[in-house]
Design a protein around this ligand. Structure first.
Ligand code: MN
Length: 216
């Protein structure tokens, strides 16, 4: 686990993303951070990140997490990110790696459900509990068979059955940043990004909750 691939992919003179310190101070109180970043890049996806060994283990989840235990969401493992990335919300310039708008969609702490996390990770069966603002309770990441370039990097993110399970569509029900309450388009507008592109990742007007307006 290192930040070599993370740094290779990025030009820090062009992108506001954090470069990451080589060795940061240990986490306070042994609490491990998790973050889910909604990212309107070439494709909309959600980046699911778990702090471990001084980095953020990272997966790109195209459809985002589902709180419905019957729904399995593909999660492609990507390069480890620096811990500071958990606070990153803003705009990566177009043309740079991952160019587009990034929102901190959820953030909190996580706890492994197995004593040996390294073994669980290697085995491809990582059970954990999330304590976020949107995502809570027990979850699992299971490595699955991938094909070609996806081989070895494909996982499934699945909610376990507990009192936090729900069939509600949490990504469309709770579309705003937990840091700033902004939608993607509002982040893009504030930070000089592509507002029209970012807006395609926000709930569309037909599904966005609005005050009821009577039409004649
Ligand atoms: Mn991403």
């Amino acid at each position: 686990m290192s930040l070599r691939r993370y740094r290779q992919k990025r030009n820090f003179s062009a992108s506001p993303e954090p470069q990451g310190s080589s060795r940061g101070p240990g986490s306070a109180k042994n609490l491990l951070t998790f973050v889910v970043q909604k990212h309107r890049a070439t494709q909309l996806h959600y980046d699911f990140r778990l702090e471990w060994n001084d980095v953020l283990l990272s997966w790109a989840v195209p459809k985002g997490p589902s709180t419905d235990p019957s729904v399995k969401r593909l999660a492609m493992q990507v390069e480890d990110h620096p811990k500071e990335y958990a606070a990153f919300e803003g705009v990566i310039p177009e043309g740079e790696y991952g160019g587009g708008t990034v929102m901190v969609w959820d953030r909190g702490t996580w706890r492994p459900e197995s004593a040996d996390i390294e073994a669980a990770f290697r085995k491809g069966d990582l059970k954990f509990t999330l304590n976020g603002k949107k995502l809570r309770g027990s979850w699992v990441l299971v490595r699955t068979r991938g094909y070609g370039s996806r081989s070895g990097r494909s996982w499934l993110l699945i909610k376990h059955r507990d009192r936090f399970a729900s069939t509600e569509d949490i990504t469309s029900k709770l579309p705003r940043s937990v840091l700033s309450k902004r939608l993607l388009a509002e982040i893009a507008r504030d930070e000089g990004g592509n507002t029209a592109k970012a807006e395609t990742g926000d709930p569309q007007p037909s599904t966005r909750s609005r005050p009821a307006v009577k039409r004649k």
